[in-house]
Design a protein around this ligand. Structure first.
Ligand code: ADP
Ligand code: ADP
Length: 210
């Protein structure tokens, strides 16, 4: 099972990918998580991309493509994987075609005003990437990670200015991927607006028939 989760920031791709990855015992590969891991650990890659992530722009294609090509060649991807947040440009999608044979792309669609509410209420556990929402998916103890009890943070790119920038980047560079995959007969639409449970159920139906 090789899947792409496509959609704007805040659509719920990461939340759903975590569940599907567990169900099918396949890795959930989020390019955003990989970049943030490198930023937190101050690696060379992290230092290179920190200001880009903070600004809401995209990391250059060549760097991102090499990273994903390398990740997909690892052993744990042999039985499948979920790509969350990649590809984000036509150049990335074309490169991906050359090193994988993905057939199923799930597009999470959701109006902008809901996106802004989801992103501004998002809280994350920095080291694991576990994601919560202050209203829709609150932690057991406010402000604390359920597993470790550590403090949750607001991602630096979940500030209002950065959110607007990321949405603009999404419409300009990533939304055209819908047409790219629709033309190849690979695109499945998901209404990402309802509750997490309802989105999960409609996703399971699509994956069963895919
Ligand atoms: P993405 O990976 O697409 O950027 P996330 O999975 O991080 O999105 O979700 C963004 C925010 O919205 C998080 O705070 C998450 O808890 C919350 N969220 C995810 N799915 C839903 C949903 N179906 N309804 C309400 N809130 C949701
Ligand atoms: P969200 O799901 O909230 O949009 P992500 O965690 O997927 O956020 O991505 C955070 C940031 O990481 C992006 O705004 C961008 O700077 C960078 N990034 C992630 N994936 C890619 C990609 N495929 N190409 C370029 N930049 C990326």
């Amino acid at each position: 099972m090789q899947l792409i989760f496509l959609g704007p920031p805040g659509a719920g791709k990461g939340t759903m990918a975590t569940r599907v990855a567990e169900d099918h015992d396949i890795p959930h590969i989020s390019t955003g998580d990989i970049f943030r891991y490198n930023i937190n650990n101050q690696t060379e890659l992290g230092l290179q991309v920190k200001s880009i992530l903070d600004s809401g722009e995209l990391v250059p294609d060549d760097l991102t493509i090499d990273l994903v090509r390398d990740r997909l060649s690892q052993e744990d991807c042999a039985n499948g994987f979920i790509l969350d947040g990649f590809p984000r440009t036509i150049a990335q999608a074309e490169a991906l075609q050359s090193f994988s044979n993905i057939l199923c792309v799930l597009n999470f669609s959701i109006p902008d005003e809901i996106i802004v509410k989801r992103l501004s209420g998002r809280r994350v556990h920095k080291t694991s990437g576990r994601t919560y929402h202050v209203l829709h998916n609150p932690p057991k103890v406010p402000g604390k990670d359920d597993v470790t009890g550590e403090e949750l943070i607001v991602r630096s790119d979940d500030q209002v200015d950065s959110i607007r920038k990321r949405l603009a980047v999404y419409y300009e560079q990533t939304a055209p991927l819908k047409e790219f995959y629709r033309n190849k007969g690979m695109l499945h639409e998901i209404d990402a607006t309802p509750s997490p449970e309802e989105v999960y159920e409609s996703m399971k139906k699509i994956l069963k028939d895919a």
